[in-house]
Design a protein around this ligand. Structure first.
Ligand SMILES: [Zn+2]
Length: 340
């Protein structure tokens, strides 16, 4: 899928960085040797990395992209440092730039009210970091396997879960049925009912009452263990109606089964396995946490836009109708963000 060894120049992916112009589709190659493009609309020439997280780095773009591809695939930072003779801080710096770009892409492409969510799975996990434990809450759409959002904190609490629920609401197509499959952590239900709420016009004076979205259902999937052995799974309807929840589940899962949280758990297992070697010991606990977030968004965006999912025959972003093709890492990094 990745062919960055040659890294040809791709004028079709490039948008003119001249803020007064911003043309796309009228860009040509100015110089292969100097790796500069030319905008035929405003006649400006510019270096290939302008306006991307690759801009201003002291290493060639192909190397940065190879390193970012390895990081997205869970390759430990010490292995990358060893293989390319790079400084650990340099790798962490590239990772952070790519991660904040990826977070903004999630915000501007995924969280735009256009995803027909169906079944959403929410879960939390803890990852080990050098300075201790970090909690990560994540949510994904089952039908498209789209990673919607994640948040990171030292403590597992309602605030952590709510950050994720707010972004799921931002992604949701209004007026569609939503089934939340979550674990037993009560904060999910209270966040969902608090966030998916709109004022209802009654015609009376005064502040309109807030009403939870009509077709909203929350099922808690609670696992019981005897010792380390899974002894049973209990499903509790925490909100909504059982029959509707069952119907949404049947429509959103490719392989039929009972309501569970298997899809998000699989993604989270990957996060958990890869995260310790993807984050370096931060100078401060806050910086370390920021690096965990970086690694999560970089992995999440590459997973959404660049990785072909066997059962979907495309990427999660394609299955969610957010794009019509598989993005290369190059394209992901060149995605032009709106200034907020
Ligand atoms: Zn231009």
């Amino acid at each position: 899928m990745l062919n960055h060894t040659l890294l040809p120049m791709r004028p079709e992916l490039v948008v003119c960085p001249n803020s007064a112009c911003g043309a796309s589709g009228r860009i040509g190659v100015h110089s292969h040797k100097e790796r500069r493009y030319k905008c035929h609309a405003c006649k400006a020439t510019f270096a290939e990395t302008v306006g991307t997280p690759l801009y201003g780095l002291k290493h060639p773009a192909w190397l940065v992209i190879v390193v970012l591809a390895l990081l997205a695939g869970g390759c430990p930072i010490p292995a990358i440092v060893f293989a390319f003779g790079l400084d650990e801080r340099t790798v962490a710096d590239w990772h952070c730039k790519a991660g904040s770009h990826a977070k903004a892409i999630q915000e501007q492409v995924v969280c735009q009210g256009a995803v027909d969510l169906g079944q959403v799975q929410g879960d939390e996990l803890y990852v080990k970091t050098q300075r201790g434990k970090a909690w990560m809450a994540t949510a994904m759409c089952v039908f498209s396997r789209l990673f919607i959002w994640g948040a990171v904190a030292r403590e597992r609490d309602g605030a952590l879960v709510e950050q994720v629920v707010v972004k799921v609401r931002a992604a949701a197509l209004i007026g569609r049925a939503i089934l939340w499959a979550v674990d037993g952590f009560a904060a999910w239900k209270s966040s969902v009912l608090g966030v998916f709420r709109d004022p209802q016009r009654t015609g009376k004076r005064g502040r309109p009452p807030l009403v939870v979205w009509a077709d909203m259902h929350v099922v808690q999937v609670v696992k019981r263990y005897s010792g380390r052995q899974l002894s049973g799974i209990e499903r509790r309807l925490a909100y909504g109606c059982n029959r509707c929840a069952e119907a949404i589940m049947q429509a959103s899962q490719v392989s039929l089964g009972v309501i569970n949280t298997a899809y998000i758990e699989r993604l989270n297992a990957t996060f958990r396995t890869w995260m310790p070697s993807l984050t370096r010991r931060g100078r401060t606990p806050a910086r370390e946490l920021a690096h965990v977030e970086t690694a999560m968004f970089w992995m999440g965006a590459v997973y959404n836009f660049c990785r072909v999912h066997k059962t979907l025959q495309g990427t999660p972003a394609m299955a969610a109708d957010l794009t019509d093709h598989v993005w290369s890492l190059d394209e992901l990094l060149r995605y032009r963000l709106r200034r907020e």
